[in-house]
Design a protein around this ligand. Sequence first.
Ligand code: ZN
Ligand code: ZN
Length: 149
Amino acid sequence: MDLEKFKSILQKNGYKITKQREVIFETLLENASEHLSPEELHLIVNKKDKDIGIATVYRALQLFEELNLVYKLNFDDNRYRYELTRDEEHQHHHLICTQCNKVEEVSYDLTSNIEESIKNNYGFEVTNYVLKFFGICSQCQEKNRRKEI
Ligand SMILES: [Zn+2]
Ligand SMILES: [Zn+2]
């Protein structure tokens, strides 16, 4: 995914390429490894264009989601986060630190056996899945250890 592809998808679907949409999408691209909430995204976007309000960010994200450009993630931490939709055969999974809320990505293909067994046992064809692992990240573990001493 890049800015050109983004523009052509907007046009193909009959949406205008506004400067605001472009800045917002560009910021998502630049922070592709992050899993930004609309509020976090808004803060970064504002460094480039201080006239873009939070409502514009929400609307843009909603549109990007409709166009399948972004994927909305819910880690049960009272906010939604977004990441760019990627072409990958198996979706990556997330490690969520319950202490600092950091999100890391893992790309283990640990699910082909699960897909297989679901198909055999339930006759259900799995096309997508999301795995969330909740726990304590290595940095927080380190911090906790130091606190204990
Ligand atoms: Zn942590
Ligand atoms: Zn991710």
